[in-house]
Design a protein around this ligand. Structure first.
Ligand SMILES: [Cu+2]
Length: 325
């Protein structure tokens, strides 16, 4: 089993910085664009005001040390201390309020658009695509969406409060047990982004992320159509071992007898960029390590570690899962 103990903090942190992670300040979505503009307006406004205040301070301290008459002192306080901040803050408030309906334009998505249902779970993401036409498609730990189309997200939680956030696409929204929150996003550029859980949700909160993939609409539609069809795993023995070792009691794999609903849907695991909810690259080695040492890789995870299985069985299962594309 030695090979499974080799997981170090370094390999985790390397994996978590997977390609395509980007920041709020490189917007690739309509909502993120507005937030970035608001940020730059506030930053530059704040910088100008700060420079002005420091300038006046230096001037009075270094060059102009005579006392002011009481009348002009009161005037400075009235204009600089009351009127200016009130007007500036009112203008900023009005601008921010004006931005808000733009951040949540459900009406525009309408019934015709794509809806994606996401449920936060300790410590992974359940994803169900509900396209206007065609059957719903279940997935996990990855969210794909078409560029240039408004997508409505339905956000729920199965346990504690999580928060859904794709920084380059838009603002974050909480996932609250017993409630359904809605968020509408539109990607404007193709790309792969990282979506971290943005609300502390337990031991492995920092290891709960997903990849968001913005794709050209044509490519997205053919990808979704392919996801609706059961995949063929690589090497039938892996599939048999998967069932024999009881994985199917928690995991669903379309086209097999694995019908569990406790863990992520693995029907197309091989087509995802990461495993373990955004923390490991999707390689055979990483899948095998996750199966054997899930509690070491993700403390508090609801996935029991299977290090008692023969390594060859784990390898065969990992290879089979990776073939589910
Ligand atoms: Cu979370």
């Amino acid at each position: 089993m030695g090979q499974y103990f080799s997981l170090s903090a370094a390999s985790l942190s390397l994996a978590s910085g997977f390609a395509g992670a980007r920041s709020v300040l490189e917007p690739a979505g309509a909502e993120a664009q507005q937030i970035a503009i608001l940020f730059w307006i506030m930053l530059s406004g704040g910088a100008v005001i700060w420079l002005g205040v420091v300038g006046v301070l230096l001037r009075s301290a270094l060059f102009n040390r005579r006392r002011l008459a009481e009348k002009s002192a009161s005037r400075i306080i009235l204009w600089g201390g009351v009127v200016f901040p009130s007007v500036t803050l009112c203008v900023l408030l009005a601008y921010a309020l004006w931005l808000m309906p733009g951040l949540r334009p459900f009406a525009q998505a309408g019934a015709a658009g794509l809806r994606i249902e996401i449920t936060g779970r300790q410590f992974w993401w359940e994803v169900v695509y509900r396209p206007a036409q065609g059957p719903p498609v279940a997935s996990a730990n990855e969210v794909r969406l078409p560029v240039g189309e408004r997508v409505e997200f339905t956000l729920k939680s199965a346990d504690v409060i999580h928060s859904f956030w794709i920084p380059p696409l838009g603002g974050k929204m909480d996932m609250i047990p017993g409630r359904t929150n809605r968020l509408s996003l539109m990607a404007t550029k193709p790309g792969i982004f990282r979506g971290p859980c943005a609300e502390y949700c337990g031991t492995s909160h920092a290891l709960m992320a997903f990849s968001a993939v913005a794709m050209e609409p044509e490519a997205f539609r053919s990808w979704l159509a392919a996801q609706a069809i059961p995949a063929e795993g690589a090497g039938a023995s892996g599939g048999a071992l998967f069932l024999r070792h009881g994985c199917g009691s928690c995991h669903f794999v379309a086209g097999t007898d694995a019908r569990g609903l406790i863990g992520p849907d693995l029907s197309h695991l091989g087509s995802r960029a990461t495993v373990g909810a955004g923390i490991l690259p999707n390689t055979e080695d990483a899948v095998a390590r996750f199966i054997a040492r899930s509690e070491l890789i993700k403390p508090g995870s609801r996935m029991p570690a299977f290090d008692m299985l023969p390594p060859d069985d784990i390898r065969a299962i990992a290879a089979w899962l990776r073939g589910l594309r």
